[in-house]
Ligand binder design. Structure first.
Ligand SMILES: Cc1cc2nc3c(=O)[nH]c(=O)nc-3n(C[C@H](O)[C@H](O)[C@H](O)COP(=O)(O)O)c2cc1C
Ligand SMILES: Nc1ncnc2c1ncn2[C@@H]1O[C@H](COP(=O)(O)OP(=O)(O)O)[C@@H](O)[C@H]1O
Length: 310
């Protein structure tokens, strides 16, 4: 897959199938849009996901940039979905003020030689959000491309959207989040040194400091599976500031059920499966250890049941 910040100019004969949007989360609704676009590979179209490198909302309203996927994660997932080109167009003032017609002419027609465009029914773009599927269809007749307005996937009566996923994540409804995403919510980072207290209570933990832009469920304890190198481990993670020992940054630390290795310096991907309890301040590490024993028993049972089902 080609990943670029600039809208590329395709070769003279090359045509493209394009989809446009923010694609935060690359949830099942996004995956449907990409699947529609991929149908056009049969007609020798290059598949292009056109997105922006900063959420327009962040730029316009200075909202905190917490996202479901970092740019790098989004890139990797798009590649796994079989996308040929991912454009993360910088949301500059020039792009922000571009009229919808100009955006289509300059980027989609002139550079990408668009042959097919897949958008959701509520897709808006361009200066003052004046561009919509209707305008795209009119321009398609003029510039020889087809526009498919893809109906939103729903979960019960609610349309699947990044907002829906974020709301569920904020509630700690991990199973729902995973069902909407079509994969397990995850975070990644390097395993770093902590205060080495974990091993003193028989619970060594792999600490990772996640990217600042990553959105997290509420501070608390989660059942997780971690991928470290080629290996996967069931385990139990704490998300938060460890009030018992007072940490001043948000960390994710994981006790891996069947591991006895030195993991420092390795990259880990921690996938969330289930929310267990909120983070609490304990009077002592010993008291915390008592709670961890209960948490671990629940975790082991959860994964034993899960593996039995699979
Ligand atoms: C499953 C799990 C649950 C935890 N729950 C809490 C908690 O509720 N409150 C808290 O202050 N720390 C919690 N911790 C963090 C511990 O305080 C921490 O693992 C311990 O102090 C060791 O820290 P260290 O890795 O810096 O040595 C939890 C850790 C794990 C692995
Ligand atoms: N079962 C396990 N789960 C997590 N980490 C483990 C495990 N077994 C060994 N380790 C190693 O122990 C380290 C954690 O020990 P700990 O005493 O908690 O120190 P720290 O405070 O540096 O995390 C991990 O980074 C990893 O290298």
């Amino acid at each position: 897959m080609i990943y670029t910040n600039e809208v590329p100019v395709l070769k003279a004969q090359e045509r493209s199938a394009v989809t446009l949007g923010k694609f935060d989360g690359l949830h099942r609704g996004h995956q449907k849009l990409i699947a529609c676009m991929k149908q056009k590979k049969k007609e020798n179209c290059t598949t292009v996901v056109f997105t922006f490198d900063v959420s327009p909302l962040v730029k316009l309203y200075h909202k905190p940039a917490k996202t479901l996927l970092t740019n790098e994660e989004r890139q990797e997932l798009a590649e796994n979905l079989g996308v040929d080109v991912l454009i993360a167009c910088p949301f500059t003032d020039a792009v922000m003020n571009m009229e919808a017609e100009e955006f289509v002419k300059e980027f989609l027609v002139k550079r990408l030689h668009v042959s097919y465009l897949a958008v959701g029914p509520d897709f808006r773009f361009g200066h003052e959000r004046k561009g919509n599927p209707e305008l795209l269809k009119q321009m398609g007749t003029q510039y020889d491309f087809t526009v498919e307005v893809v109906e939103k996937l729903t979960d019960g009566t609610r349309e699947i959207s990044s907002t829906y996923v974020r709301e569920e994540l904020e509630e700690g409804h991990i199973e729902k989040v995973n069902a909407l995403l079509g994969y397990q919510y995850f975070t990644r980072g390097e395993i770093v040194h902590g205060r080495q207290l974990g091993r003193t209570i028989g619970v060594p933990t792999a600490n990772l400091i996640p990217p600042v832009s990553k959105k997290f469920p509420p501070n608390g304890v989660y059942l997780t599976r971690s991928k470290i190198g080629e290996k996967e481990y069931d385990g139990i993670s704490n998300v938060g500031y460890k009030p018992t020992v007072k940490e001043n940054f948000l960390g994710v630390e994981t006790y891996l059920f069947n591991c006895n290795e030195d993991l420092y310096g390795q990259e880990a991907e921690v996938r969330f499966y289930h929310y267990l309890r909120p983070e609490r301040k304990f009077a002592s590490l010993l008291e915390l250890k008592g709670q961890l024993d209960i948490d671990m028993a629940k975790g082991r049972q959860f994964f034993a049941d899960l593996h039995e089902k699979l």
